[in-house]
Design a protein around this ligand. Structure first.
Ligand code: GLA
Length: 371
């Protein structure tokens, strides 16, 4: 858990009443890029969190300090009611008060100190963990009444409506509702969800490649548009409606749209298979599904990178590894590896070292977390 040191609180917030909000990052086990076409996802939380300390101001002014960004960008100011995009990290804070106000909630000004252990641009939801932790603290500070599912919806709007990145709902839901040692099986069409236990015979490793992505530009947005185009061409409301047995319906689509739609349709089927495998404690099957997911993301969805592919290969070559794949939005970020219990730390260390030595990457082990 991230702690905000007491000396930081006193330095920035003085001796006012202080509220702390927390939320973890997430790693998606399987079900990638399915959450903006009504599909299934299966994330879990990581132990790295974002923490926000807040103290109310008598007026609408906000001052925010973040330790997650370079020194010269650490402080920002704005006024509640006058939120305006800057392109910087403070937009997540401005966006939170803007979406709350748009939803009819009354919020005043505050000072905030932010600390995060979730590396930015690593595919582990640093932004959703910030929005969720901040919204939790603001909810308590101004005594607003809404549950964590509503909160996750507001956190998504911070990105879609204020920042303007067309993300799905997986990340804020995972950060708000996820639980350690459980996968969160979410149907993004109706937001129904269940926690599925990760058997103690299995373990996860997560290694950040150090290749940072930015979903604001380029590939992510383009993939969404391609899915929308495939949806229209198939005459359905959402790609989720097409079951895997009907893959032949894609024949005749533009070749790029066909590949994108094939990934989504087969990935939805893989999530259902993964939930069944978890329930049956069938690590070999879960690992095989993760491998197949990676191949589909690499070849059909084209969101992997050569370096990430090499890290995945390195992981699969380690003893005790059942499967490995890219995780998150892609174009860099992290890999998630399924191992037999007791193997994850060694595997993660070997992948991180291999990535540094052979690929020159600035790799970092996130899971298992250092004690
Ligand atoms: C990003 C988005 C999510 C989801 C993933 C890909 O993390 O924020 O909504 O689309 O990419 O699965």
């Amino acid at each position: 858990m991230t702690d905000i040191p007491q000396h930081d609180i006193i330095r920035y917030l003085g001796h006012r009443r202080t509220i702390i909000g927390q939320a973890p990052g997430r790693v998606n086990l399987i079900g990638e890029h399915t959450d903006y076409s009504g599909g299934f996802v299966l994330p879990t939380v990581i132990s790295q969190t974002t923490a926000v300390a807040l103290a109310a101001n008598p007026d609408a002014s906000c001052r925010v300090w973040s330790h997650a960004v370079p020194h010269e960008q650490q402080q920002a100011r704005y006024t509640v009611g006058e939120e305006a995009r800057t392109g910087g990290w403070v937009d997540y804070v401005q966006g939170s008060t803007a979406v709350l106000r748009a939803a009819g909630y009354v919020v005043g000004g505050f000072d905030a100190v932010i600390r995060s252990e979730v590396p930015l641009g690593s595919g582990l939801s640093s932004s959703a963990s910030l929005s969720v932790s901040l919204l939790r603290a603001v909810r308590e500070l101004f005594q607003l009444h809404f549950d964590d599912v509503v909160l996750a919806g507001l956190a998504r709007k911070v990105e879609t409506d204020f920042i303007g990145v067309p993300v799905g709902v997986m990340d804020p839901i995972a950060c708000a509702l996820g639980a350690a040692n459980h996968a969160l099986f979410l149907d993004t069409r109706d937001l129904s969800w269940q926690l599925v236990r990760i058997p103690s015979s299995l373990q996860l490793a997560v290694v950040n490649s150090g290749q940072r992505h930015n979903h604001d530009t380029g590939g992510y947005r383009q993939r969404r548009e391609e899915c929308d185009a495939a949806t229209r061409a198939l005459g359905v409301q959402a790609l989720r409606e097409v079951p895997e047995r009907d893959l032949s319906r894609l024949d005749g689509l533009d070749p790029t749209l066909l590949k994108r739609a094939r990934h989504i349709i087969t990935e939805n089927a893989r999530v259902l298979g993964a939930v069944e495998a978890l329930r049956k404690r069938d690590g070999a099957r879960l690992g095989a599904l993760m491998n197949a997911s990676h191949a589909s993301l690499r070849d059909d969805y084209e969101v992997s990178t050569p370096e990430i592919d090499r890290l995945v290969d390195l992981a699969r070559a380690q003893p005790g590894v059942l499967g490995a794949r890219i995780t998150g939005g892609g174009f860099g970020g992290s890999i998630v590896v399924l191992t037999l219990a007791g193997r994850a730390a060694t595997v993660a260390a070997a992948v991180a070292l291999g990535g540094r030595q052979t690929l020159g990457l600035d790799t970092q082990v996130l899971v298992p977390a250092a004690e």
